[in-house]
Design a protein around this ligand. Structure first.
Ligand code: GLN
Length: 245
């Protein structure tokens, strides 16, 4: 297990809707509480994204902003290759979309994605806005996941991507579901979701899943943290959505 963690925040100038960059602060706080030193490194649109950091976060963004980030990712082939080989990354909303094969924005323009996730996104014709609660499908997670969604895109998963959660309340990947409603996409070390929040402030289990993966241990090897406010926030958001945990 490493005792020092470098967390990359990718394109915070365009991908930070609803404070998504706070996910890096949560990871850093939970790591430091366990004696793991952290460095948070911002990587901007005009910079090459280093391929060897321990953990990355990417946030959500509006259509114009996310097109800039999509272009940036397509220029950083070493980084996207590292993701395909298993680097750990959390992606929110617009970032989920741009890591896929392609997405079509609200104006009908199809934008090539980074081809890290086996997903594609097309417009729903309306926006899904509101609280989203899911039952996690990622092994080891037991608590409902909660977040706030606001997106016009509907995302379809190909066979290589697995959903992050089964929707209990809200839309998730698509408002009109054939069969089960799901949110997010997981593939290798990439975990992507439509949940803003920041999602890790609301869902400590997910934060620890990413931390454990990045430091190279099992979640059970991380020391338990006593943070009652975090538990309170989680319980409150699940209750507010009218979902029984
Ligand atoms: N622009 C994208 C959409 O509306 C993503 C929005 C977001 O990141 N909240 O689907």
């Amino acid at each position: 297990m490493t005792d020092r963690l470098t967390i990359g925040v990718i394109d915070p100038e365009v991908l930070g809707t609803y404070g998504d960059t706070g996910n890096a602060l949560v990871l850093s706080h939970r790591a430091r509480a366990r004696g793991i030193a952290t460095d948070i490194v911002e990587i901007h649109l005009d910079e090459a994204i280093p391929a060897d950091l321990d953990l990355y976060v990417m946030g959500g963004g509006e259509d114009t902003a996310q097109a800039l980030a999509a272009d940036h990712l397509r220029r950083c082939a070493d980084f996207t290759a590292a993701l395909r080989r298993g680097r750990t990354l959390l992606a929110i909303c617009a970032s989920l979309q741009i890591l896929g094969r392609s997405y079509t924005d609200a104006t009908g323009r199809e934008v090539a994605g980074a081809e890290v996730l086996d997903i594609s996104t097309t417009p729903q014709g309306h926006r899904s806005i509101g609280e989203l609660v899911t039952a996690p499908l990622l092994p080891g997670l037991t608590q409902p996941l909660t977040g706030f969604e606001n997106h016009g895109g509907a995302t379809q998963l190909g066979p290589d991507a697995r959903p992050l959660g089964r929707v209990l309340s809200g839309s998730g990947n698509a408002a009109d579901h054939d069969g089960g409603a799901v949110d997010g996409a997981c593939q290798g070390g990439v975990v992507a979701t439509y949940m803003h929040g920041p999602v890790l402030a609301r869902n400590a289990e997910l934060a620890d899943y990413l931390l454990a993966r990045a430091v190279g241990c099992e979640v059970g090897d991380l020391a338990e943290l006593d943070m009652p406010l975090v538990d309170q926030l989680h319980a409150e958001r699940v209750r507010a959505a009218g979902v029984s945990a």
